[in-house]
Design a protein. Structure first.
Length: 213
């Protein structure tokens, strides 16, 4: 298998990549601000599953096709961007429901399956991670040891664990800020709309940036 130094180097590189806010982090923050901590943490879990699906795809060769084919890459990019915009519009449209629920004492709760699905779609269509996996995973394996796909899956699992931990910190921090806004219904409505606008802006940014080849 891979050496300890390779393993640690990949973990360090993954931490640096994940720590920089990207689509997954910004979506998690937007979900925390617009809905709350529970949904943000479920989003993190769903996102991690989607990310690991990308690692599996790279391990079996699909990721190479995505990285080398502008058509496939573009389809994935626009699908993820459109979904983010849709979720952002929904958050803005329904921002007052959060305020109304707060006033009535009834907590706003989204179905767990739906929240996990949303996070999964964002993670599975995140172009930043698929390119990282295609470029980085092969570099940190030891071909002489054999079982290269298995080594890639192990490295993908390391990335997943780090993403779960760091993204959860973002979710908790953002939801804590939301709790401060919750002391005022008007402030809560404002922050709910802001979270939705963040999602819309993120989707639009992903749609107009990236590969040009």
């Amino acid at each position: 298998m891979m050496s300890l130094s390779q393993f640690l180097a990949f973990a360090l590189l993954s931490t640096a990549l994940i720590a920089v806010p990207g689509p997954s982090v910004l979506f998690t923050i937007g979900r925390a601000l617009s809905v709350g901590r529970r949904e943000a943490l479920l989003t993190v879990a769903g996102n991690a599953i989607g990310i690991y699906l990308q690692a599996i795809a790279v391990a079996v060769g699909v990721g190479v096709v995505v990285e080398r084919s502008i058509v496939v890459f573009t389809v994935i990019k626009f699908a993820g961007a459109a979904y983010l915009v849709y979720l952002g519009v929904q958050a803005v449209r329904h921002r007052r429901k959060v305020t109304e629920a707060l006033a009535s004492g009834i907590p706003t709760v989204l179905p767990s399956r739906r929240v996990l699905r949303d996070g999964f779609v964002v993670g599975a269509t995140n172009p930043k991670n698929i390119v990282f996996f295609v470029v980085a995973l092969p570099q940190f394996t030891n071909p002489a040891a054999g079982h290269v796909p298995l080594q890639m899956l192990l490295l993908g699992a390391v990335f997943l664990v780090i993403a779960l931990m760091l993204d959860s910190v973002w979710a908790i921090l953002a939801s804590t800020a939301r709790a401060w806004f919750a002391r005022s219904p008007r402030r809560l409505e404002l922050v709910g709309g802001t979270g939705g606008l963040m999602m819309i802006g993120l989707g639009a940014t992903i749609a107009v940036t990236g590969r040009k080849d």
